[in-house]
Design a protein around this ligand. Structure first.
Ligand SMILES: [Zn+2]
Length: 339
């Protein structure tokens, strides 16, 4: 993606996209994950991206052996104009403290109402957060995720129509100030659930992830949060594994415009299981696609290709210490370049 400040802003479609370093995942949502500034460790992971598993270490993180400064995964230059970026920032500062920073604090307890859903999932209603603002914030995350995947990797996480609907809703609503947003009862109500874990193991590692495998609902991992996004109606297609399946079925956690914003809670163990599962699934998809490319550039059978790929990949992994996926990618490139 080669954009310049002369391109038009992707949100308003009107002003030039002058803003550098636009976060497509709000920086405040990465804070808990990245811990201390410059001590970040984050994973950008999508089964279809060119660098399938790209690990970003902040410059002071001990695991960072690379002296070149990498751009943070979650920010890009020249996608928005300064105005749109600022307006997104207003939503972010209204929502993130409530749903993330304060939701587990004892002294903030009166700001939430804890309920046990019929299906046994605990949820918290955010009494001090307006539903319109919450909704627009979630739309903005889903839209930015979808936009970036489309731009960078030509991946369509939600349908093009829905993506454009979100842009229109955001563009229209963000021209209002917060008070007007709260009073506006015509903001289109789309269906989604937001989950987090009751606790996290440590605050230095997290996952920002989505994929095009799942559509109804589409799945968005945003560090501490999992957003399940359905679009216009609550329909479920496709197979989902535990605990996602259980989260999807939790109708009590569905956001309703006539109620307070809701955050569902899953256990720390379920959250970890989910992350591991996603990495495992992604790795399988990647290996199959690399095997196919080796087969097509060498003319070998799928089984033979997999054998060569595996042998060389493991060799690279052991010698260089690069992560397995990167090692297999290198192996595939090497095999193909020798053919
Ligand atoms: Zn703009």
């Amino acid at each position: 993606m080669n954009r310049t400040s002369k391109d038009v802003c992707l949100l308003c479609g009107f002003k030039p996209s002058t803003k550098k370093n636009s976060h497509w995942v709000p920086a405040a949502m990465l804070k808990s994950m990245v811990g201390k500034r410059y001590n970040e460790e984050s994973y950008q992971f999508s089964s279809f991206q060119k660098r399938k598993l790209d690990v970003y270490y902040g410059r002071d993180n001990l695991k960072n052996t690379d002296t070149t400064i990498k751009q943070n995964h979650y920010s890009l230059d020249y996608i928005f104009c300064d105005d749109c970026e600022n307006k997104l920032g207003v939503l972010e500062s209204a929502v993130i403290p409530v749903i993330q920073n304060e939701i587990r604090l004892e002294r903030k307890r009166p700001n939430y109402k804890e309920e046990l859903g019929e299906d046994g999932i605990t949820l918290k209603k955010c009494l001090r957060l307006n539903n319109n603002i919450f909704r627009l914030f979630i739309y903005s995350i889903v839209w930015r995720f979808s936009l970036i995947h489309q731009l960078e990797d030509n991946i369509q996480l939600i349908s093009k129509d829905l993506q454009e609907d979100l842009r229109l809703i955001l563009n229209e609503s963000l021209s209002l100030d917060l008070k007007e947003i709260i009073e506006n009862d015509s903001i289109h109500s789309l269906v989604f659930q937001v989950f987090t874990a009751d606790s996290f193991d440590d605050g230095t590692e997290g996952t920002v992830y989505s994929e095009e495998i799942h559509k109804d609902p589409a799945l968005f991992f945003v560090n501490e949060f999992i957003i399940l996004f359905y679009g216009n109606e609550y329909t479920i297609t496709g197979e989902y594994y535990f605990p996602i399946e259980r989260m999807i079925q939790s109708v009590d956690v569905l956001n309703s415009k006539d109620d307070h914003p809701k955050i569902g809670f899953i256990s720390n163990a379920s959250f970890n299981e989910l992350i591991n599962r996603i990495f495992g699934d992604g790795a399988k998809v990647i290996l199959t696609s690399l095997t196919n490319s080796v087969a097509s550039c060498t003319g070998l059978s799928f089984i033979e290709s997999r054998y060569h790929l595996y042998k060389l990949g493991m060799d690279i992994h052991q010698k260089t210490g690069s992560n397995i996926i990167q090692s297999f990618e290198e192996a595939a490139e090497l095999i193909c370049s020798n053919n």
